[in-house]
Design a protein around this ligand. Structure first.
Ligand SMILES: Cc1ncc(COP(=O)(O)O)c(C=O)c1O
Length: 430
């Protein structure tokens, strides 16, 4: 039981201290215990905590929307607030579908996503997620979503070395759209930098330019899911920024309120929103807790705190240091890859480094590593199954942007301890 948090550290009810290496599920971007955010929420709750977003708006909703619009890439300037990333993905995909229906293009209802990939746990978001183990239980209820392989160079046949590779360049999307028929494809959804399902895979520099061109050529809406990689996590506000392109719709969540409140958002441009405004008049989506005044006050206070303390810039500089230090782990015989950008990193653990073969699932390497880390006083996030739906072990890191260089050294030292205590045991089980 965690009873207190401050900066990058958490304390449990036994008085034990943990370095929070992953901000929960990549959420605690500012670090724990920032009084300003709590104060802003309390002020808003005392003033007015809730009105229905269907009837009214409030100051924090309007101000946060305006500030987010200046941070979002391209012409994304209309924002719809929800609570979870899954809800944002549901709303974003519904927005894409409604847009095409209102334009009279009713055949456009197919969605394409990346495999591996993750977009949430509600049924449409889960359908878009390539997570085979969920299909075991809920497959009958999900919507058929088309997949293309994610640009995960480490496991690609080309090993990231072929400029012409259709997967690593994104050109595979064009083939898939042609197979389905462009007149039927509504949207392509992708994480600009992967979350845990690819271990923070960073597509190469031309990937999203190619994706943008393919979507434009085929009249397909490009939905960027920045729930995990956005809000400054990769060292720029939007993870798409370094690619120099903008999506048609973008989702945000997790870190946009730093974990102080459950806040997510969908951003879209006037050219999309106006089609609906001039047609049926409104997005056919409503939730009791959309546009919540207190969660938006938390989001607004988070944005201001990030700006005042230059924390996105810090995520870039400290992120570079983090990756420099993590690179030393590559010398360990079962560390296959260390990837990511800024304050997001994935460490892939493999049985055979030369062949890049994963450990068998029965060895539970990612979970053992995470448990060993926690025993040593470090919280990390495990993921498994990215190689073939079953095997593949990843340890994810997403520290708070306020992490200091000595804490980065502490983190790497604790990772080595966890490795020594878990991977050796896993080898005995295989
Ligand atoms: C890229 C991405 N999209 C959507 C989601 C779903 O967000 P939530 O868990 O807040 O519903 C997640 C959660 O991990 C995510 O990583």
């Amino acid at each position: 039981m965690i009873v207190r948090g401050e900066g990058c550290y958490l304390w449990d009810d036994q008085g034990r201290r943990y370095l929070d290496g992953c901000g929960g599920a990549f959420v605690a971007n500012l670090g724990h215990g920032v009084a300003e955010i709590g104060d802003a929420m309390a002020r808003q709750a005392r003033s007015v905590a809730y009105v229905s977003g269907m009837a009214f708006t409030t100051e924090p909703v309007e101000e946060l929307a305006q500030e987010l619009a200046t941070l979002c890439p391209g012409d994304l300037d209309h924002i719809y607030f929800l609570s979870s990333g899954s809800e944002a993905v549901e709303a974003a995909l519904k927005l894409a579908r409604q847009y095409w229906v209102e334009r009279g293009r009713t055949d456009k209802h197919e969605i394409i996503s990346l495999a591996p990939g993750y977009h949430g746990n509600t049924l449409l978001a889960m359908s878009a997620s390539a997570r085979p183990h969920y299909a075991t239980f809920f497959g009958d209820w999900t919507v058929a979503v088309h997949r293309i392989p994610a640009p995960l160079a480490y496991h690609c046949a080309c090993r990231g070395d072929d400029a012409e590779c259709a997967v690593c360049s994104g050109m595979v999307l064009e083939e898939r759209i042609r197979e389905i028929g462009a007149h039927r494809v509504a949207a392509f959804i992708a994480e600009p930098v992967g979350g845990s399902s690819t271990g923070a895979a960073t597509p190469r520099a031309d990937y999203f330019r190619n994706i943008r061109d393919i979507c434009d050529r085929n009249d397909v809406l490009f939905v960027a899911d920045e729930v995990a990689c956005g809000a400054g996590r990769t060292g720029t506000w939007s993870a798409l920024e370094p690619y120099g392109v903008a999506p048609d719709i973008m989702t945000m969540g997790k870190g946009i309120a730093g974990g102080y409140a459950p806040l997510s958002a969908v951003a879209a441009p006037r050219r999309v929103v106006d089609v609906i405004a001039r047609g049926s008049g409104a997005l056919a989506h409503a939730q009791t807790f959309s546009h919540h005044a207190v969660t938006c006050a938390a989001g607004l206070a988070t944005l201001r705190y990030l700006r005042e303390h230059e924390l996105v810039e810090r995520a870039r500089t400290m992120g570079a240091l983090l990756h420099e230090r993590l690179a030393a782990l590559r010398e360990l015989p079962h560390v296959g890859d260390v990837r990511g950008r800024g304050m997001l990193a994935g460490i892939e653990l493999v049985q055979d480094r030369e062949m890049r073969t994963p450990f068998p699932r029965r060895a539970h390497v990612a979970e053992r590593f995470t448990e060993a880390a926690q025993r040593a006083g470090l919280v990390v996030w495990p993921n498994y199954g990215h190689v073939d739906g079953t095997d593949g072990d990843i340890v994810m890191l997403a520290p708070a942007f306020v992490i200091e260089p000595p804490q980065i050294d502490e983190l790497v030292m604790l990772l080595r301890t966890a490795y020594d205590e878990s991977v050796a045991g896993a080898m005995a089980t295989t």
